[in-house]
Write a protein that binds this ligand. Structure first.
Ligand SMILES: [Zn+2]
Length: 273
């Protein structure tokens, strides 16, 4: 790292910290952890890595606030007006950060690991958008396995609009990557394949885990099923799943599935492309 590069990193990360804090996307601790992950990515994957993760944080953060009153009314809004903390940053960013460190440690596998890095982000970006866009859907979601109707916000529930949101995330990530990703270690067709596959697999893995393993609670005030341990300001009653499999653990598994898909596709197709 030379002096100019150090100045660039500090400047860019400072601007991003101010933006995410001022737009109330992340709280103070979340902002600091995100900056630490951003710095790690800058020094390992480089500029393109930071661009992709920023697209995720900003777009997903803003969509969380879209229609917030309505999401709140149906009892399925992200708590704290969509302001996310360090646990959220950890759940959504730890796999990408690990991939970034591996990228620097194992240069002989840098392309596959880069595919894994992008896949990790694509999965959590798509999953967040699936939730936040899906909640704007007027009807009830259906469980991903069995298609039984459930109330909005129930883990495992999916909507067509939500999958549209997931594909929207994939599109935003791909376009950002292809427009700004210079140098780009993967070809454009592979970029589309890696991002869209990781996005769809990650979103679906999140819903399947949500349906069968995630801790689900019933609010005794409003009767809604929720992944939150408190609802309407008081503790909710556990009804199924494992308490330890909370939303953050599900996010880690979602992004891990995206990373594996991204790395595998890159390994399969990169050398032949
Ligand atoms: Zn409630």
């Amino acid at each position: 790292m030379n002096f100019i590069q150090a100045i660039e990193i500090v400047t860019v990360l400072t601007i991003l910290m101010i933006i995410s804090y001022r737009l109330r996307i992340l709280d103070a601790q979340g902002t600091i952890l995100a900056a630490a992950i951003g710095g790690t990515v800058y020094l390992t994957v480089g500029r393109i890595g930071v661009v992709l993760i920023t697209a995720f944080v900003v777009v997903a953060g803003l969509f969380t606030k879209t229609g917030y009153d309505r999401k709140s009314m149906i009892g399925a809004a992200e708590p704290r007006k969509g302001l996310r903390g360090w646990r959220n940053v950890m759940g959504n960013g730890i796999v990408a950060a690990a991939a970034a460190i591996m990228y620097a440690l194992f240069p002989e596998y840098s392309e596959a690991i880069f595919g894994g890095y992008v896949g990790a982000i694509a999965a959590v970006f798509a999953d967040t958008m699936a939730t936040e866009v899906g909640l704007l859907h007027k009807g009830d979601p259906r469980l991903i396995i069995g298609f039984k109707k459930v109330s909005p916000g129930t883990p495992g529930g999916v909507t067509l609009l939500g999958y549209g949101g997931a594909l929207g995330a994939a599109l935003i990530l791909t376009v950002t990557w292809l427009l700004l990703g210079e140098p780009n270690p993967l070809n454009p067709v592979l970029a589309v394949l890696v991002v869209s596959s990781s996005a769809l697999v990650g979103t679906s893995v999140d819903s399947v885990i949500g349906q069968y393993f995630q801790g689900v609670y019933r609010c005794e005030t409003c009767g809604k099923h929720t992944e939150l341990e408190t609802h309407c300001g008081r503790p909710a009653k556990p009804i199924r799943g494992f308490r330890i499999v909370n939303n953050h653990v599900v996010n880690i598994l979602c992004s891990l599935s995206g990373a594996l898909v991204g790395a595998a596709l890159t390994l399969l197709f990169h050398s032949t492309a």
